[in-house]
Design a protein around this ligand. Structure first.
Ligand SMILES: NC(=O)c1ccc[n+]([C@@H]2O[C@H](COP(=O)([O-])OP(=O)(O)OC[C@H]3O[C@@H](n4cnc5c(N)ncnc54)[C@H](O)[C@@H]3O)[C@@H](O)[C@H]2O)c1
Length: 362
């Protein structure tokens, strides 16, 4: 096993073994610590399996008050207790990863999670976006509370590197918000194959690649602390529940992701991981719809999609009128569903609509 793979097992295991009762908290990995004095020094067996490594760590750590653990040949793991003192909130001291967090829903979800006490890795292909958002969150809520990481959900090596960086920075994770998504709306009669592939790769395969990489980290934590559950939440869409006219690539990718959600849920519950999807209605205030140059409102106005519409406000009104509750979805609406799914200990494999009544389940 290479060093990176070993750290990705030892980090989450130590996070569980050295935690208090309330939560697993935060643990940081240091490759070459300036000061290698530690509470505990451990040697691991060579060429061991995950279960053997976890067993060896469990036997070595009888004193769960160890704050610094040096694993010979690997490095130092240090609890960041200064960062977890007296934190409150609905996800206090949990670690969360949000994909597609540079803007839109992802950015606002990350902000809410930090405000509610979590440590959050904001990840995106837009690296400057997540870096500056994470810096702003640390400025507002305290150092160490957020980091920005490059992560392209369509690239398995990028996902693996980001997962490793999360372990090095926080020790593991409790919540994965699989939010990154793209839309290329067009008629099935004319849509280029590349556009279909692009949407499918990000929205469908990207979700698979992220779960494949992050679930084993959560599973190690569950081996150590079977009473503590983790959550994977995919930000799906109302278009994952009903078809979307001239938008088949998007709707197909979202329907497919609900199949993944149900299947992941069946498999991963043995690792203490709940897997659910949230299906929001249209987020009219987000950049996808409201960007003044390229947003869908401007595009639909230019394309005369709403007969008689004179301006962007007319287009928006036409879409709001399709919602029984008369308005678009907001991140606050989505966060109520996120916290419900995290706090609900007896549900997995669901696709939860948040659509103001636009989609009603049978
Ligand atoms: N906007 C809506 O009306 C709406 C409604 C329902 C569901 N959703 C879903 O919510 C999620 C977020 O949508 P949004 O409106 O905030 O989108 P957005 O376009 O505003 O933001 C998407 C983010 O994902 C990032 N991204 C794109 N490709 C990526 C990749 N390969 N790897 C990592 N990051 C990538 C982008 O850089 C961007 O920061 C999507 O899954 C979308 O399908 C959106």
């Amino acid at each position: 096993m290479d060093k990176r793979a070993l750290i990705d097992i030892v980090g989450p295991a130590l996070r569980g073994l050295t935690a208090g009762d309330r939560s697993l908290g935060v643990l940081r990995y240091e490759d070459s610590p300036a000061d290698d004095s530690c509470d505990l020094r451990i040697a691991l067996p060579a060429e061991a399996s995950t279960a053997q490594i976890v067993d060896a760590l469990r036997r070595s750590i009888s004193d769960s008050k160890a704050r610094t653990v040096l694993v010979e040949g690997l490095g130092l793991f240090r609890r960041l207790d200064h960062a977890t003192d007296q934190r409150t909130g609905r996800v206090a001291d949990k670690v969360a990863v949000v994909t597609g967090a540079a803007q839109g829903f992802g950015l606002e979800i990350a902000h809410s999670l930090v405000a509610q006490g979590a440590f959050v890795a904001l990840t995106d292909v837009n690296i400057e976006g997540v870096d500056s958002a994470a810096n702003a969150l640390c400025g507002q809520f305290g150092p160490d509370r957020a980091i920005g990481l490059p992560l392209d959900v369509t690239d398995s090596s990028s996902v693996a590197q980001a997962a490793h960086d999360v372990v090095c920075n926080f020790g593991g994770l409790d919540i994965l918000i699989s939010n990154a998504g793209v839309l290329e709306a067009q008629s099935v009669k004319t849509q280029p194959e590349e556009d279909f592939d692009f949407v499918t790769r990000v929205n469908y395969k990207g979700y698979f690649l992220c779960v494949r990489q992050f679930a084993p980290i959560m599973a190690v934590q569950h081996l150590i602390r079977p009473g503590i559950y983790s959550d994977i939440i995919q930000i799906n869409s109302k278009s994952g529940l009903v078809g979307s006219n001239r938008n088949a690539a998007y709707a197909g990718s979202k329907f497919g992701a609900i199949g993944l959600t149900q299947s992941f849920a069946l498999e991963l519950i043995e690792d203490g991981i709940k897997v659910n999807a949230i299906c929001p209605g249209n987020f009219f205030d987000g950049p996808l719809w409201s960007d003044p140059d390229n947003g869908l409102f401007v595009q639909y106005l230019r394309a005369d999609k709403i007969p008689g519409a004179q301006n962007v406000q007319d287009v928006r009104k036409a879409y709001e009128d399709r919602v029984p509750m008369g308005r678009g979805c907001t991140t606050a609406d989505v966060m109520k569903a996120v916290y419900y799914l995290i706090e609900q200990e007896y549900e997995t494999g669901q696709a939860l609509p948040v659509t103001g009544g636009q989609v009603m389940l049978g």
